[in-house]
Design a protein around this ligand. Structure first.
Ligand code: UFG
Length: 338
């Protein structure tokens, strides 16, 4: 079966392409290469021995998207990753974020509808919960006003899909990711942020190789055990597996609702300091850090209740925090020839 992965050369996309190929799917990737490198195709080939069909495509271009879908009418399902994803950047570039994330989603959905394709997995985020009240967070937690244009694109993206499903027999799974980290154990693919990393793990690994002089820890006065923020970190390989299972669930028509929502996390919270100290233990390298001001928009804690995805999709996280940190460290060293 043929599966389209939009944003398939990005961090989560590339790991999902590998997981799909390993399950025997024929994968077609589109990516505009705005935040990914064409060399990721070689990384994928080094792992699976196969290069996915690739087309460089800007999904904001409605005509090009329609042409693409017309040329690939045998696609059975779409995993839609392609989007701008940096919270901080979205505060500076709101229009670009709304344009890219909404136009791309709308164009893909419209083209799917046009050719009668109806199975989609959408990348959503735990950001839709804002500061949740009760930990761990279930899918029933209320949706809070988004704190950033990026977060808003995830909330409204979910609504667009729900609204389309009222007038079109769309079958979709919305996966609300917690904090994806780590890399493929081979070290052939991983996370490659452009410029100064916004996220914690690439900042830690870049500090460890000496690219950054020190890590800034944003705040030590949060309502948590050690005062630093607590997050639920999920290995990108486990997250990729959740996508494959979600798609197969739709392929087998096992879904009872047109739109199903699942949290994807490890179900356990770790503080920033716990993460730093675990990394030091795993890598044997001391991380220079400083405690600085809180970062605007950060919630004090978020971790997932994953009972629903375990029950319905039979998915379970298989990787430990040490696996996540070791693989991220292996990737950083390998990609920098450290
Ligand atoms: N952090 C630091 N120093 C850094 C980077 C991060 O202390 O240099 C801290 C943050 O303050 C936070 C934790 O590390 O407490 C994790 O931060 P990340 O930037 O790695 O990830 P976020 O928790 O901010 O990201 C999550 C989701 C996103 C979502 C976002 C919304 O992964 O999809 O929350 O706030 F958009």
């Amino acid at each position: 079966m043929k599966v389209l992965v939009t944003g398939g050369l990005g961090f989560i996309g590339s790991h999902t392409v590998v997981a799909l190929q390993e399950k025997g799917y024929e994968v077609v990737v589109v990516d505009d290469l705005s935040n990914a490198s064409i060399t990721v195709l070689e990384g994928i080939k080094s792992i699976t021995g196969q290069v996915p069909t690739f087309e460089q495509l800007d999904l904001r271009d409605k005509q090009a998207v329609h042409q693409f879908f017309h040329a690939h009418q045998d696609i059975a399902g779409v995993i839609h990753f392609a989007a701008s994803k940096a919270v901080g950047e979205s505060m500076k570039l709101p229009l670009e974020y709304y344009e890219n994330n909404f136009f791309s989603l709308i164009n893909v959905l419209a083209a799917m509808k046009h050719i009668g394709l109806n199975k989609m997995i959408f990348s959503s985020s735990c950001t839709v919960y804002g500061q949740g009240e009760v930990m761990p967070l279930t899918e029933e937690e209320s949706i809070k006003t988004a704190l950033s244009p990026y977060g808003n694109t995830k909330q409204v993206g979910e609504e667009i899909i729900v609204d389309l499903a009222k007038v079109y027999p769309l079958q979709a799974v919305l996966l609300r990711y917690f904090n994806p980290i780590g890399a493929h154990e081979s070290g052939f693919i991983g996370e490659s942020p452009q410029g100064v990393p916004y996220n914690l793990i690439p900042y830690i690994t870049q500090t460890a190789v000496g690219v950054r002089p020190f890590l800034s820890i944003y705040g030590k006065d949060y309502d948590t055990a050690d005062g630093t923020c607590v997050r639920d970190y999920i290995h990108v390989v486990d997250l990729a597996d959740a996508h494959v299972r979600a798609l197969e669930y739709l392929f087998k028509n096992e879904n009872t609702e047109q739109i199903e929502v699942f949290n994807v996390g490890n179900g356990q919270g770790y503080s920033v300091l716990e993460l730093v100290h675990s990394f030091e233990r795993v890598s044997g390298i001391k991380i220079n850090y400083e405690i600085v001001e809180r970062r605007p928009g950060d919630v004090d804690k978020a971790w997932a209740n994953t009972a629903k995805i375990e029950r319905v999709l039979g998915w379970k996280p298989t990787k430990t925090l040490d696996d996540m940190l070791a693989s991220a460290w292996n990737w950083e060293k390998k990609s920098r020839k450290y």
